[in-house]
Design a protein around this ligand. Structure first.
Ligand code: RRO
Length: 310
C-alpha cells in the first residue's frame, strides 16, 4: 500500500505526523516522533524568539468528547528547535513551527530561519487561541495578508500557515482569497477550536485553570469541523498549495476521511497525547485496512474524492 505525499518538492514516505504542540516540546519527545514507525515527518512545538513557560496551573485535560488546552505557548525557543531540525533534516523532511506574539517577532524568526542552514518546511502558526490578550491572527484577514506580504518579500524557503477553524462559508472565501495571493507551500487546518469550556461534573469546576477555564478543543469533537475546513480550503486554494489535515483523528477511518476531503498529510494531536508515538503505526495499519476495503492501494487514488448528494 502506498501512503506517500509530496509538498514543495519533498517526498513524505508516510502521511502521518504529530500535530504541533503534542509530543514535540523537548528533544526526547521529538526523537520519539522522528523514529516512530508510521510517522512520515514531525513538527516542532510552536516557537517564540525566547523560551516561554506558558500559562500556569492545570492547562490540559481529556474528556470523552476530546481535549481542552490552554498551554499558553510554552516552548524552548526558536534556537532550540532550529538546532534540532538542522541536526535531523537529512533523515526526513521536517516542519519547524513558529508563533510569534507580534508581527515583528514572526519576521525576526523568519529572518533567522532564512539565514540558517535549515532546509525543511516552516509552519507559521496564525492560530494560537491561548495567549491572554492576543487574538488568533487567522481571524483577521487584513493582518494575515500584511504578515504574508512582509514575509514573502524576503523569505524564500517553503512556508505554510497553521489556520484556525472557520465556521462560515464567507470566511472560507475570504481566507482563501488572501492565501491564494502568496506562494505558500501548504496550509495546515485546523488548530484547536478556540475558547471552549469543559466542566468537571464531580466538582462543578472548569477542567483547566488559565483564562477562567477557556481553552482550545481537540479530539473527537473537532472532526466535523476539521473535515469541513480541509474540504472548504481544498476547494478554494490554488492547486500548488497543499493541505495538511488536523483534527479528530482517532482511527484509520478518520485519517481516510481527511484524505477524502483533500488532505495531503494528516496530523494527530489529542490521540497522540493519549497513546504516545505507537499511535502512528496503529493508524497506518488501520488506514491500509480501510483502503483495502475500498479497493485502493494508494492514497492518491481517493484524495479529494469526496462525493456529495446531488
Ligand atoms: O500553546 C498553546 O496553548 C497552543 C497553541 Br501555541 C496552539 O497553536 N494551539 C493550541 O491549541 N494551544
Amino acid at each position: 500500500t502506498t501512503m506517500t505525499a509530496s509538498i514543495a518538492g519533498f517526498t513524505f514516505e508516510d502521511i502521518l505526523l504529530n500535530a504541533a504542540g503534542v509530543y514535540c516540546q523537548t528533544t526526547e519527545e521529538l526523537d520519539q516522533i522522528l523514529t516512530a514507525p508510521g510517522a512520515g515527518s514531525l513538527v516542532t512545538k510552536s516557537a517564540t524568539p525566547a523560551e516561554r513557560a506558558g500559562n500556569p496551573g492545570v492547562r490540559y485535560a481529556d474528556m470523552p468528547l476530546g481535549s481542552i488546552n490552554s498551554m499558553g505557548l510554552p516552548n524552548l525557543s526558536l534556537d532550540y528547535y532550529l538546532d534540532y531540525a538542522i541536526a535531523h533534516q537529512d533523515e526526513k523532511p521536517l516542519f519547524l513551527s513558529i508563533a510569534g506574539l507580534t508581527k515583528a517577532d514572526n519576521l525576526q524568526m523568519l529572518h533567522e530561519i532564512q539565514d540558517s542552514d535549515f532546509n525543511g518546511l516552516v509552519e507559521l502558526n496564525l492560530s494560537c487561541p491561548n495567549v491572554p490578550g492576543k487574538p488568533q491572527t487567522g481571524y483577521d484577514f487584513d493582518t494575515t495578508r500584511q504578515i504574508l506580504e512582509e514575509t514573502f518579500a524576503f523569505f524564500k524557503k517553503p512556508l505554510g500557515v497553521k489556520l484556525p477553524p472557520y465556521f462560515d462559508i464567507a470566511h472560507f472565501d475570504m481566507i482563501a482569497a488572501v492565501l491564494n495571493d502568496f506562494p505558500l507551500a501548504f496550509v495546515n487546518t485546523i488548530n484547536s477550536i478556540g475558547n471552549g469550556l469543559m466542566v468537571d461534573p464531580e466538582t462543578d469546576t472548569a477542567m483547566i485553570a488559565p483564562k477562567g477555564g477557556f481553552g482550545g478543543l481537540g479530539g473527537a469533537i473537532a472532526k466535523p469541523t476539521a473535515l469541513a475546513n480541509v474540504r472548504g480550503l481544498r476547494q478554494r486554494l490554488n492547486a500548488g498549495i497543499k493541505v495538511i489535515g488536523t483534527g479528530g483523528v482517532q482511527n484509520g477511518r478518520d485519517v481516510y476521511d481527511l484524505v477524502l476531503c483533500g488532505a495531503d498529510l494528516v496530523s494527530v494531536g489529542t490521540t497522540l497525547h493519549q497513546e504516545g508515538p505507537e499511535v502512528f503505526n496503529r493508524l497506518k495499519a488501520e488506514l491500509a485496512e480501510q483502503m483495502k476495503l475500498k479497493g485502493y492501494d494508494d492514497v492518491n487514488q481517493f484524495r479529494s474524492a469526496l462525493q456529495t448528494l446531488n
